[in-house]
Ligand binder design. Structure first.
Ligand code: HEC
Ligand code: HEC
Length: 224
């Protein structure tokens, strides 16, 4: 390539991609306003309260935050406003087993928080979060769950174990547990982990019904 050709390639190439860059920037900017409703005073005040009470220390929004407590992105779509308000003011008054502390929001802060959460829930997130976020963990994305898979989900075993790559790592991955352990071992271990693994950090599940324990054991045995 001659020097002249190289220079032309550089100049016209740069212009070409700069024009594409401008067009895409324009396209994005013109869509942004449609993807989220208007930000009002209340939305702002709610966001300030979200920081003041460090909600993000336990919850996520758009996946940002801590994974201790449920994601809040779509909560305002799922739960009625009156319920949310009561819960924010005093979680235990709504659900005696709630582990969320009473944070001391006043009524105005709770109202603003709900406006904020409502605003968040209307942001177009392109379908995020995927609907049953743990479905893949139990190997049943969208299909009917087996009784054992239901117990696995209800008990949130995925908090400590991975299956198909999804879940926590406190305990071992369970993908092949059926080839490592037999039925009697697994069932006994559920009732009293320490009797089988002396320093086990797994909580005992003897309080579950015999049926749930059997279903869960069948499920584990089937993982080979
Ligand atoms: C110390 C951790 C913690 C903090 C801080 C916290 N939460 Fe929670 N929150 C939880 C937990 C855990 C749950 C799940 C239900 C339960 O066990 O209480 C929850 C549940 C919720 C729910 C859903 C209730 C339901 O029934 O679905 C809402 C709404 C909520 N929190 C909002 C907030 C807001 C807003 C803040 C900040 C003002 C906040 N949380 C701060 C731990 C926390
Ligand atoms: C708090 C974390 C925690 C929770 C929750 C938990 N486990 Fe475990 N689990 C462990 C740990 C740690 C081990 C390894 C020590 C042991 O075998 O007891 C383990 C071991 C196991 C084993 C034996 C695996 C092997 O290869 O030996 C099975 C099966 C099992 N867990 C199933 C479950 C199921 C099903 C649930 C839900 C009902 C569950 N666990 C809940 C932490 C947990």
């Amino acid at each position: 390539m001659s020097n002249k050709a190289a220079r032309n390639l550089f100049i016209y190439g740069s212009i070409f991609f700069f024009v594409i860059f401008l067009a895409l920037t324009y396209d994005t900017m013109s869509q942004l306003d449609q993807r989220a409703p208007e930000i009002t005073e209340e939305v702002n005040a709610g966001k300030m309260a979200w920081h003041k009470y460090d909600c993000i220390g336990c919850h996520t929004i758009f996946g940002n935050g801590s994974y201790f407590a449920p994601d809040m992105t779509k909560i305002a779509e799922k739960k009625p406003k009156g319920y949310l308000k009561q819960f924010l003011l005093d979680p235990k008054a709504v659900n005696p087993n709630a582990s969320m502390p009473k944070l001391g929001l006043n009524a105005t802060e709770a109202d603003n928080m709900i406006v904020f959460l409502d605003w968040i829930s209307k942001v177009d997130t392109n379908g995020w979060p995927p609907k049953p976020i743990l479905a893949a963990a139990t190997g049943a994305g969208g299909q009917e769950l087996t009784p054992g898979q239901k117990v696995y989900r209800a008990q949130n075993c995925a908090a400590c174990h991975t299956l198909n790559g999804i879940g926590g790592t406190t305990g071992p991955a369970l993908d092949k547990v059926g080839s490592r352990r037999d039925r009697a071992w697994i069932l006994g271990h559920f009732k009293d982990p320490k009797a089988f693994v002396p320093n086990s950090a797994m909580p005992p599940y003897g309080h579950l019904s015999e049926k749930d324990l059997n279903d869960l054991t069948d499920y584990m045995v089937s993982l080979k």
